[in-house]
Ligand binder design. Structure first.
Ligand SMILES: NC(=O)C1=CN([C@@H]2O[C@H](COP(=O)(O)OP(=O)(O)OC[C@H]3O[C@@H](n4cnc5c(N)ncnc54)[C@H](OP(=O)(O)O)[C@@H]3O)[C@@H](O)[C@H]2O)[C@@H](O)CC1
Ligand SMILES: [K+]
Length: 490
């Protein structure tokens, strides 16, 4: 699904009106969808305060509040303007709610999450936040900073320009674009202000599919990760061969292989140089076959694996290991994911010519800078596009928002995940998951973007237990993330 400008969004709405759909019906669907997605994000009800401006963005928040109340949430409203100044639709939605806006700053009473619905401004925002809207945005920021409130933006964080993503907008923890994601969300400022992004599809609006940048979500990629047929056997689930871990960095191997298993691999084999430390063998999932060898690279490439994962924690392997890796890479046609130290070796040897269409590379910004120093200073989207024009591989560039690119295809933007996942080991888990998807036969950009979506969503599920999600938390929640993907397809 493409990202759209504010004007393109208005045209989509106009087309729906011309087909007889009313603005009120769209708002009702938007508010209901927002509430549904919010309920999914929290394990139990709490307090929800709707911050409303005078436009339709506030109407979305009021409809969502009504549905949250039905689901057991305590609700209240804070209004930037007296009701007489509101538009006709939000006024109607206030009447449906039958409560009056609060005069004072709300306090979180009772248990559960303290949720603020940012319905001050949507695609109607122009320029810097002004007057009472700016004051309400400030109030939300204080409650978020000092009182543990979580801000959920209706459509866009208020004040974010829908097209350029510029503006000192509200900082949200979660943004729920209505119908289609707006371009500004993918901009560098948008990424910093939107938090995680959960699309609210509207059945009366088509999902446009024509831009160079795509929003990656289950609703727009329904063919991926289909449920298994009853006759499915472990051969269908893929054999993943993993070259990970080296002296002092063996934990990466544990994480990567566990993630591969929890993503559903039929067989996972770990190839390591020398002996695997006995104390870590006990941490290894018993399902993993560990193959220590003086020449693990050769063994991994010669084994009948459907896909290979290479690089997590291999930085302290021998020179022979690294040299033979480059040699085998040149001739093997299997799907291969190259991560971390494998990428550093390629960069160090200046062998980017080895990167081919059967490779998925997953650098973080530091590793990417070593691979492509000439792209320093470019935006992530521009840098991805330029890199894959030169190299045939699939590129997954990690960052506050992960991007996936391949020559000749639109760049994909992954909306899941959060800052609490910024810790060592998450990349090792991601490469294990992508390795499994590749071993199961997924096309390389699908495997990479689905891997990023699933790991991000698993980290979101872990938020029920606190703001930090370790790689082990991500792995634990992978099954739930797979369920979420399947349930959101339409
Ligand atoms: N259309 C539809 O069918 C559907 C729309 N939907 C929803 O509606 C949203 C769009 O609604 P909208 O067009 O009413 O505009 P909206 O963003 O609420 O605000 C406009 C108001 O903001 C004000 N204002 C502007 N800039 C400002 C600033 N910097 N600082 C302060 N104030 C500022 C401006 O006031 P003015 O400057 O004109 O006095 C104006 O009154 C859309 O994002 C989606 O959420 C969904 O329900 C689906 C159906
Ligand atoms: K908003």
């Amino acid at each position: 699904m493409s990202f759209v400008t504010g004007a393109a969004m208005r045209s989509l709405e106009e087309a729906a009106f011309a087909r007889g759909v009313s603005a009120e019906a769209l708002m009702d669907l938007a508010g209901e969808g927002i509430a549904e997605r919010l309920i999914e994000q929290f394990s139990r009800p709490g307090s929800a305060i709707g911050y409303v401006g005078k436009g339709n963005n506030g109407g979305d928040a009021l409809v969502a509040l009504r549905h949250l109340r039905e689901a057991g949430w305590r609700i209240a409203i804070r209004a930037a303007f007296p009701e007489e100044e509101w538009g006709e639709l939000p006024r109607r939605k206030l009447r449906d709610l039958a409560i009056a806006p609060e005069i004072d700053v709300p306090r979180h009473k009772g248990s559960g999450p303290f949720l603020l619905l940012d319905g001050l401004l949507g695609i109607g925002a122009k320029g810097a936040l002004r007057g009472p809207v700016a004051a309400m945005a400030e109030e939300m920021a204080t409650l978020r900073q000092n009182h543990g409130a979580v801000v959920a933006a209706m459509d866009l964080p208020s004040g974010l320009d829908a097209d350029t993503g510029s503006g000192e907008a509200v900082i949200a923890d979660l943004t729920l674009p209505v119908g289609v994601a707006k371009m500004g969300i993918a901009s560098p400022n948008g990424v910093l202000r939107c938090g995680r992004v959960v699309l609210v599809p509207l059945k009366d609006l088509p999902l446009p599919d024509d831009s160079f940048l795509k929003f990656f979500c289950p609703e727009a990629f329904p063919g991926l990760l289909e449920p298994r047929a009853h006759g499915f056997h472990k051969g269908d689930a893929g054999r993943a061969g993993i070259l990970a871990g080296s002296p002092g960095m063996t934990g990466a191997a544990v994480i990567c292989t566990s993630a591969a298993l929890h993503a559903g691999a039929g067989l996972v084999t770990l190839h390591v140089e020398g002996d695997f430390p006995p104390h870590l063998l006990s941490a290894m999932p018993p399902e993993v076959m560990v193959r220590p060898s003086p020449d693990p690279v050769k063994e991994a490439f010669e084994a009948r694996h459907d896909a290979l994962v290479i690089g997590p924690g291999t930085g302290h392997a021998s020179q022979h290991y690294h040299a033979s890796l480059l040699e085998f890479l040149a001739s093997d046609e299997r799907p291969i994911i190259l991560d971390a130290d494998a990428l550093n070796q390629i960069a160090k040897a200046g062998r980017l010519d080895l990167l081919k269409s059967n490779h998925v590379i997953t650098p973080h910004p530091g590793e990417f800078a070593r691979l492509a120093p000439e792209l320093a200073g470019e935006s992530a989207v521009t840098a991805c596009g330029a890199f894959v024009q030169k190299h045939g591989c699939t590129l997954l560039l990690k960052g506050a928002r992960t991007l996936v690119a391949k020559s000749g295809q639109a760049i994909r933007f992954n909306p899941t995940g959060h800052a609490g996942m910024a810790s060592g080991g998450q990349g090792d888990a991601l490469s294990g998951v992508i390795g499994t998807l590749l071993a199961q036969g997924a096309e390389s950009t699908d495997a990479a973007s689905l891997g990023a979506w699933l790991c991000g969503r698993a980290g979101e599920r872990s938020l029920a237990n606190g703001p930090i999600a370790t790689a082990s938390d991500t792995i634990r929640h992978l099954g739930g993330a797979i369920d979420d993907w399947r349930q959101r397809r339409r």
